[in-house]
Ligand binder design. Structure first.
Ligand SMILES: [Zn+2]
Ligand SMILES: [Zn+2]
Length: 498
């Protein structure tokens, strides 16, 4: 394949043409498990950050957690009593599992831990704190003063009708605590009068007790935080969508240039559709970083251009991505470079082999190394470190995401329940007699065909006999490597016993 310029480098070049120093914004609402689809935003930002820095520029990522967003509805994973919290800010709602101080913290904290594991450095800003401590106040005043102008932009750009009593600001109702049910009835410079359609309450709030509507909040934070670059999902990028209105509001109301946009596509969970925490179709990031090495999690996303849709399959599909990574690793591939975390080394033991060897060895580190040595690997300190690290992930992946047909257990002779026909027994005996101690995996594999022919049995039945004799099933890992990993002595003895 030609060495074409990586998407992150192409974007970094464009950004550096304008400015040497950039603040990249990301924003995710912690309304449910933060998933791989959301992580695409962070990893897109981080790949660009790394590329900018490698080219001599400065870049930092600001992560604005939308903790002040209202709970839109009672999601399927929430108990019934959460009906009463719909419309309240996520930061004001109790943790559904009771382990954190709020709903938003419950989903935010594991995600922040994951960012650390994935080495994505962010400056964290929580929207509820930003509003309540007055960081937004100047923007709120400016928005309320420019209410008519913003309403006109919204109408012109989005084509939506804007109601006469529409306001860019949503005060939080002092009575029912909802943030999405108030209508502003007056504004005197620092107090906002409102009426709540949910509980009928009428009252007055300071400009720090409420939030801007999303379409105004977004450009306001560009100004407030000095944002130059922002990756966002394709929903915001639609014609007349929030980026279109945001651009115009940024220029005409806040007098700034909108950030350089990086639009990314959704990640679908194979066979389930787009990942959405509201529908429970998710692979939580916190879970992924326990099951997979961080460089693989990063590579899963960084290998594809942002505008390319990703069909994610945590089972076999992921194993193919790992094969690709291992292959690319040896070729100093740019996606691999942008995915590496810390000082790690890779030995020549494929993840696929670790799955087989680990199961044979019962995941005992020393036994795994013994088998690898028998397979012809030189056991260096580097290999030992690498294998110990990745074997832990191989075990976790196998338990959590692997299809059943990759799992096996080497049985004792007494546990074998399978029936063997005379020609199967003859094949196993002849195979055992043909074994030599130093046979390679390829040689062992080919020997199955040779002996099957001599024994007058079809190769497919010969393989079945092998798996039945060891695993008590009709299928198993690729035979040559499997038999070699088990050890010639073991195989010879077992086949003679059958
Ligand atoms: Zn919790
Ligand atoms: Zn109310």
């Amino acid at each position: 394949m030609d060495r074409i310029i990586h998407w992150a480098d192409a974007i970094a070049d464009k950004i550096l043409e304008k400015k040497n120093s950039s603040r990249i914004a990301t924003g995710i609402t912690p309304s449910g498990h933060i998933h791989l689809g959301n992580l695409r935003e962070m990893l897109t930002a981080d790949a660009v950050r790394r590329a900018i820095q490698e080219k001599g520029g400065d870049a930092e990522i600001v992560y604005i957690a939308d903790t002040f967003d209202p709970l839109r509805k009672r999601y399927p994973f929430l108990p019934e009593e959460y009906d009463e919290y719909v419309g309240m800010p996520l930061s004001d709602i109790p943790d559904p599992e009771g382990c954190h101080k709020s709903y938003s913290e419950h989903f935010l904290e594991p995600f922040i831990e994951s960012l650390d594991i994935l080495e994505i450095p962010v400056t964290l800003k929580k929207a509820d704190e930003m509003y309540r401590n007055g960081e937004y106040s100047e923007m709120v005043v400016l928005s309320l003063r420019n209410r008519d102008k913003i309403a006109r932009i919204m109408r012109d750009v989005s084509g939506r009708d804007v109601e006469d009593n529409w306001s860019p600001f949503m005060p939080q109702c002092k009575n029912c605590r909802r943030i999405n049910s108030t209508a502003v009835t007056g504004f005197d410079g620092d107090r906002v009068r409102y009426r709540c359609s949910n509980c009928g309450f009428e009252g007055e709030n300071s400009i720090n007790e409420g939030k801007l509507v999303w379409r105004v909040d977004w450009p306001a934070r560009w100004k407030l935080l000095g944002i130059d670059v922002e990756p966002f999902g394709k929903d915001h990028a639609a014609a007349g969508g929030s980026y279109d209105t945001g651009k115009k509001i940024a220029r005409e109301v806040f007098s700034i240039e909108p950030p350089f946009p990086i639009v990314y596509e959704w990640i679908n969970l194979r066979g389930k559709g787009a990942m959405k925490s509201s529908k429970g179709i998710v692979v939580p990031v916190r879970e992924m970083v326990e099951v997979l090495p961080p460089e693989i999690v990063r590579y899963t996303i960084i290998r594809s251009r942002p505008e390319r849709h990703i069909e994610f399959d945590p089972g076999l599909g992921l194993l193919e991505i790992i094969d690709e990574f291992e292959d690319a690793f040896r070729k100093s591939d740019r996606s691999v470079e942008l995915s590496l975390v810390g000082e790690i080394t890779y030995s020549d033991v494929p993840f696929r082999h670790l799955i087989v060897v680990g199961q044979i060895a019962g995941w005992d580190a020393e036994r795994i190394l013994e088998i690898l040595e028998r397979n012809g690997h030189e056991i260096t300190e580097t290999l030992r470190e690498d294998v110990e690290r990745r074997a832990r992930y191989a075990k976790a992946w196998l338990e959590r995401y692997a299809p059943e047909n990759l799992k096996f257990r080497v049985k004792n002779r007494e546990e074998i329940r399978s029936e063997f026909s005379d020609d199967e027994r003859r094949f196993l005996r002849m195979y055992a007699e043909s074994l030599q101690d130093d046979m390679s995996a390829e040689r062992l594999h080919k020997l199955v065909y040779d002996v099957a022919e001599k024994a007058g049995i079809k190769a497919s039945r010969a393989f079945q006999a092998i798996y039945k004799a060891i695993l008590d099933t009709k299928h198993g890992p690729r035979a040559g490597y499997f038999l070699q990993s088990l050890g010639i002595d073991f195989v010879r003895k077992r086949f003679m016993e059958i």
